[in-house]
Design a protein around this ligand. Structure first.
Ligand code: ZN
Length: 292
C-alpha cells in the first residue's frame, strides 16, 4: 500500500508531466466506486484546463487547476500513477505477469482494463495514466470553494510531526501507540511499514498504551518518523507489491527495512529474533530486546 514516501515520489515525478500542460481529452473506464466524480463529469469539465501545481497532503495528491478547481487523486491499496511509455513487470495484471517471457515484460505498458483514468494533453506529449487493479484508489473533482471531508479530517503531514504534538495527541488515549501513528487524523501519511520502522528506531514497543509514552520517547518517535520517511523518499519508496515509480522503476527502501516483514529474522542491532504480533488487525514486527 503506498504510504507518504511513495506518494511523494509519485508527486515529484508526475508534477513534471502534469504541471503547465493543457488537458485535451479524458479517457476512463465505466462508472465505479473508483470515481467519486462520475466519468462523464470528468470528461466534460477537465478538457481545456491547465494544471498549475501538484500538491501532496498525507497520502493524497491534489492537482490545482487554472480555474480554481482541484482534482483529488488517491492511490488506495494498489493504485499506480505514471506516464505513458514506461515498462515495469508491476504494471502487468496478476494473471498476465507470471506467464510472460522476460522480453515481453520489458515492453512499454499499453493501457488495459485496469487503467481507469487517462489524461491526454493538447501538446500531444506523454499521457498521464492512473491504473488500479483493485479500485480502492479514488478520483474526485472539487469545486473552487468546495470543502473536502477527506482532506479536512487529515492531521498534520507526517514530515512536519513533532514530539510535542504527538505527546499532546496521546494524553487521553489508551490505545496502542502504533494505532495512533496509523490514525490519519493525528498524522497524515504513515502506514504499516513506516510505523513499524519508526517505532524500532525510537526503541518504543508498538503495543505500549499511547498515553504512557513519555515526551522524550515521543521526541524520538517524531524524529524517527521524519527520518524513515525522508530516507524512503530518497531511495524512491518501497516497492513491495504493486507500487511502481512513475518512470516504471522500483523503489529501493524495501532493502533497508529493519523490522517490517522480517519476523523471526535476527534484529540488525542486537541479534534477537524479530517478533510478529497483530495490532488493530495489522501485522506488526518489533524487536523484543531493543524496544521497550
Ligand atoms: Zn534488537
Amino acid at each position: 500500500m503506498p504510504e507518504l514516501p511513495e506518494v511523494e515520489v509519485t508527486r515529484r515525478q508526475i508534477a513534471s508531466l502534469l504541471e503547465n500542460r493543457v488537458i485535451a481529452d479524458v479517457i476512463t473506464t465505466k462508472p465505479s466506486y473508483f470515481f467519486l466524480t462520475p466519468p462523464s463529469t470528468l470528461k466534460r469539465e477537465l478538457p481545456g484546463r491547465r494544471c498549475e501545481r501538484l500538491e501532496r497532503r498525507g497520502k493524497y495528491l491534489i492537482a490545482h487547476l487554472d480555474d480554481g478547481r482541484r482534482l483529488l487523486l488517491h492511490l488506495g491499496m494498489t493504485g499506480q500513477l505514471f506516464g505513458s511509455g514506461v515498462a515495469s513487470v508491476r504494471l502487468l495484471s496478476s494473471t498476465g505477469g507470471g506467464t510472460l517471457a522476460p522480453e515481453q515484460q520489458q515492453r512499454a505498458f499499453a493501457p488495459d482494463q485496469h487503467t481507469h483514468l487517462r489524461l491526454r494533453f493538447a501538446d500531444s506529449g506523454r499521457e498521464v495514466l492512473f491504473r488500479d487493479t483493485r479500485k480502492f484508489g479514488k478520483v474526485e473533482l472539487l469545486l473552487a470553494d468546495q470543502a473536502s471531508e477527506r482532506l479536512d479530517k487529515l492531521g498534520i503531514d507526517a514530515l512536519q510531526v513533532t514530539g510535542t504534538l504527538l505527546h499532546q495527541a496521546t494524553r487521553a488515549r489508551a490505545t496502542a501507540i502504533k494505532n495512533v501513528l496509523l490514525d490519519q487524523s493525528v498524522i497524515a501519511g504513515v502506514g504499516n511499514i513506516y510505523a513499524d520502522e519508526a517505532l524500532f528506531l525510537a526503541q518504543v514497543r508498538p503495543k505500549r498504551a499511547a498515553k504512557k509514552v513519555t515526551l522524550q520517547e515521543h521526541e524520538r518517535l517524531a524524529a524517527a518518523i521524519v527520518a524513515v520517511l525522508t530516507r524512503s523518499i530518497e531511495t524512491g519508496g518501497s516497492s513491495i507489491s504493486d507500487y511502481v515509480r512513475p518512470d516504471g522503476s522500483d523503489g529501493g527502501y524495501q532493502d533497508e527495512r529493519r523490522v517490517y516483514g522480517r519476523a523471526n529474522e535476527p534484529c540488525l542491532a542486537c541479534g534477537s529474533a524479530i517478533k510478529r504480533i497483530v495490532i488493530g488487525q495489522r501485522s506488526t514486527c518489533y524487536c523484543p530486546a531493543c524496544q521497550r
